[in-house]
Design a protein around this ligand. Structure first.
Ligand SMILES: *Cc1c(COP(=O)(O)O)cnc(C)c1O
Length: 383
């Protein structure tokens, strides 16, 4: 992925920084649009994956909607030119200010996650003489078989409304005049690398869709969320996931009525592969059993390995040594979890070498912090 010219350019920048391949982002978005438009599906970009203004601007140009999980994300989407009528707003804990802001902007849909939230949105909408369009975020009890911190569709998870609450929800919806139920929403988790959980999801969606129709709700919107995973092990071999296969699963297994639109909320699959965290080796520490390569980037720039035991491919992009050595690649932060990879095989590495931590475009820069009073992380772009 890194040409010699690119490496030369990168070597002039002060590390650490995020480096985004805009050509790859555009190609990914083109693929998403080609494959989703075969079935007239609607795709929203999950803002929480990355809100870097330059990237968001490109995503907007490809016509995606916005999937937001906070009031500030809704604001960010609107300020960056996304149409309010293409914004969906999820989250188990929307506060009154966030709801009020979204109501003022007339967003497309609130994805409601609890009974009490229905009452609150109804009350706030009434004060503004508005009717809020809502979808019920449903907990379908489908196991996404992913890391437990990013599994969201099980009964034990905090997200969504459970099927045993449906009767009560329906009674409530009928008597709340400032809510309009337009759809059903699902999101079962993230970094799902196998399509079978989605097949199960489709079966559950069909049952629930049918249940609501029987109760007199012919809902125009079915939103199946996002979560499709990427190949962290081979970022160059599979820079763009098989979106054709992904959308086809829904086409094959979901039963939509003529008036129903299918919506998606994709984050990682759109943005992850186009970003790398570029860092420099500060020190090499050779131990008896373990060699450490100590970088100038740490969990403050990329927290995924520390938080989710996530794997990222690590490359030394400036060494041409033919000897390979195993290193624990670590950051400078005062925590033992500040480790990007254990026993990583790299060409012999020395102080000053440039290290690329790949597939870091999603949940990387956006989760960076200033813990230890670190500098804010910078970003650069290749055209
Ligand atoms: C995080 C999130 C997404 C996007 O998940 P990805 O794994 O990045 O595709 C979609 N919908 C909701 C409600 C989310 O919370």
């Amino acid at each position: 992925m890194f040409t010699e010219t690119a490496i030369k350019t990168l070597s002039h920048y002060k590390t650490p920084f995020y480096y985004y391949d805009l050509a790859l982002l555009k190609k990914t978005l083109e693929t998403v649009n080609t494959e989703s438009s075969k079935y007239n599906y609607h795709v929203h970009y999950a803002f929480k994956a990355n809100t870097n203004a330059r990237l968001i601007d490109i995503i907007k140009q490809y016509g995606l909607g916005a999937d937001c999980v906070s009031g500030n994300e809704v604001k960010c989407a609107i300020e960056n030119g996304f149409e309010a009528s293409h914004i969906v707003f999820a989250g188990v804990g929307k506060n009154d200010d966030e709801i009020n802001y979204a109501l003022e902007k007339n967003i497309f849909c609130f994805n409601c996650e609890s009974m009490q939230e229905l009452d609150v949105i109804n009350e706030l909408a009434a004060k503004k003489n508005k009717v809020a369009s809502i979808a019920l975020r449903i907990n379908p009890n489908v196991d996404a078989h992913t890391h437990k911190y990013i599994t969201t569709g099980l009964e034990e998870n905090k997200f969504g409304i459970n099927p045993y609450e449906f009767e009560t929800v329906i009674e409530k919806i009928k008597i709340l005049p400032n809510l309009k139920l337009i759809g059903l929403h699902f999101h079962i988790g993230s970094q799902i690398t196998d399509l079978s959980p989605y097949k199960k999801l489709c079966t559950r969606v069909n049952e629930i869709n049918h249940f609501f129709l029987n109760k007199g709700f012919d809902l125009p919107v079915i939103n199946v969320g996002g979560g499709i995973g990427i190949n962290y092990h081979q970022p160059d071999k599979e820079a763009i996931i098989d979106f054709a296969a992904y959308f086809k699963v829904f086409h094959d297994f979901i039963e939509l009525r003529k008036n129903q639109q299918l919506h998606f909320e994709l984050g990682r699959a759109i943005i992850a592969q186009c970003g790398s965290l570029i860092s420099r080796v500060l020190y090499i520490k050779n131990g008896i059993n373990t060699n450490f390569a100590i970088l100038d980037a740490g969990m403050t720039e990329l927290i995924r390995p520390a938080l989710y035991q996530a794997y990222h491919k690590i490359e030394n992009i400036s060494s041409d040594s033919s000897t390979t050595i195993k290193y624990d690649v670590v950051g400078p932060i005062c925590e033992s979890s500040d480790c990007f990879g254990k026993a990583v095989e790299l060409p012999e590495t020395k102080r000053g070498d440039l290290i690329a931590i790949r597939s870091a475009g999603a949940y990387g820069e956006v989760m960076s912090s200033r813990y230890n009073l670190r500098d804010e992380v910078r970003s650069y772009f290749s055209e």
